[in-house]
Design a protein around this ligand. Structure first.
Ligand code: SAH
Length: 260
């Protein structure tokens, strides 16, 4: 094959398939190979030509690092064969999406690539729950934090917790549900008001979206009582959560059971 291949690292958006960008959709339409993740809505694969090869590389019960190396190699290999490769990732590829590692691998081999941003869950899931992540009165700063802390760093440094607790109005924790107890405790210990509102939005932007609200003081208990709140979920902490009472819109199109 004489044509030079290229890799497009594309954000699929948070769940609702219509939240992919026009550019992302155009990449899919010209793909020879689509390498997609667990959190990229599979409905998007319909935009790829029927002949395109579809490779699923969601969470396999496998060594994570090894798996990432294999994905890096796969992207490079397919591009070197001359293919247009779309690496389709949930949300935005640059937000906890390991796009850096994939792009580095491609850059080192001189393989052309583009990054196509996407709508990230930490903004979109709150928006669909009626919570704008900033607001002139309730939140002028916003932070995106992983709640899935690396084994070699069991806890964020104290200064980071202090900053999140007292310096940032709205905090979105990705991958945080399993660590909710630690997150709420650290925020309170470092100075956040225990009555700060919290929302946990699971399966945001999809028909199965469920939102649980509470405060830092009681959210853990509330979660224990509401087992339908599962991963993937965003934990959103901050005064903006209260806006939901007025401007929740999407869940009113769903059943009352989606609002906890
Ligand atoms: N790149 C993605 C994030 C990948 S990390 C993005 O920009 O959205 C995976 C985490 O994202 C999940 O554990 C969860 O915290 C969050 N997430 C992804 N999709 C979600 C959804 N539809 N609703 C709520 N949280 C979601």
């Amino acid at each position: 094959m004489s044509r030079a291949g290229k890799v497009f690292l594309v954000g699929a958006g948070p769940g609702d398939p219509k939240l992919i960008t026009v550019k992302g959709m155009e990449c899919l339409q010209k793909a020879d190979v689509v390498v997609y993740d667990r959190l990229a809505n599979p409905a998007l694969l319909e935009y790829a030509p029927q002949t395109a090869e579809r490779i699923y590389c969601g969470k396999l019960p496998d060594n994570h690092t090894l798996q990432q190396e294999r994905i890096n190699e796969l992207l490079a290999e397919k591009a070197l064969e001359g293919h247009v490769v779309v690496r389709l990732k949930g949300g935005d590829p640059c937000v906890f999406g390991r796009v850096g590692e994939e792009a580095e691998h491609l850059a080192e081999r001189g393989i052309p690539f583009e990054i196509v941003p996407g709508v990230t869950a930490g903004i979109a899931a709150p928006a669909y729950a009626g919570i704008p992540v900033t607001h002139r009165e309730h939140g002028s700063s916003y932070a995106v934090v992983t709640g899935h802390l690396r084994e070699d760093k069991p806890e964020l440094a104290t200064e980071k917790w202090r900053a999140l607790a007292t310096g940032i109005d709205t905090v979105a924790f990705y991958m945080g549900v399993a660590n909710l107890s630690m997150i709420r405790e650290q925020l309170i210990r470092h100075g956040r008001d225990p009555l700060t509102p919290v929302a946990i939005i699971s399966w945001g932007t999809l028909p199965q979206q469920v939102t649980l609200t509470g405060t830092l003081a009681d959210i853990e208990e509330r979660l224990a009582e509401n087992r339908q709140v599962t991963n993937p979920a965003i934990i959103l902490v901050g005064g903006v959560v209260q806006l939901r009472d007025k401007i929740s819109w999407f869940e009113s199109t769903l059943s009352p059971a989606n609002t906890l």
